[in-house]
Design a protein around this ligand. Structure first.
Ligand code: SF4
Ligand code: SF4
Length: 134
């Protein structure tokens, strides 16, 4: 199994906790970095309207940031309504485990990480020769 497969298995392992206990905290707080295509998907091609409401901030020609405020517009009852869409933001697909070269960054803001629910996988990452950071 390669590192992305292990990381995906780890992300899947917390999916019940995400919905039932955490209630999608990461879809309700902070900012998301988005490409133009991701911003179009999130706003359903209504970027200007979202920009006018300060929900989408344009960083440069290609990059945007979504201010989550109350919650992501694509969140419904603690589930992502675009979960299976291949254009779902890359940061959403990766969170809370980011593979960065030979390092694995676990988001310290994620309650599943804080509760050590990924401990089994942390050991697997180390055994595969990766360093853990947060
Ligand atoms: S913050 Fe962590 S535990 Fe909560 S929904 Fe997001 S990934 Fe799951
Ligand atoms: S796109 Fe989906 S996973 Fe990403 S913040 Fe919105 S609801 Fe959450």
């Amino acid at each position: 199994m390669d590192i992305e497969q292990v990381a995906n298995e780890a992300r899947r392992s917390i999916s019940n906790f995400c919905i039932e206990e955490c209630k999608a905290y990461c879809c309700r707080k902070g900012h998301l970095a988005l490409t133009l295509k991701e911003a179009e998907l999130i706003t359903q091609n209504r970027i200007k309207e979202f920009k006018d409401r300060d929900i989408i901030i344009q960083i440069d020609e290609k990059n945007y940031a979504l201010s989550l405020g109350k919650s992501c517009p694509r969140l419904s009852a603690c589930s992502c309504t675009i979960h299976k869409n291949r254009l779902r933001p890359s940061v959403c697909k990766q969170y809370p485990i980011f593979v960065e070269g030979k390092s694995i960054r676990l988001s310290s803001g994620c309650p599943a990480v804080a509760k050590k629910l990924l401990y089994e996988f942390e050991c697997k990452f180390l055994n595969l020769g990766y360093k853990l950071t947060n």
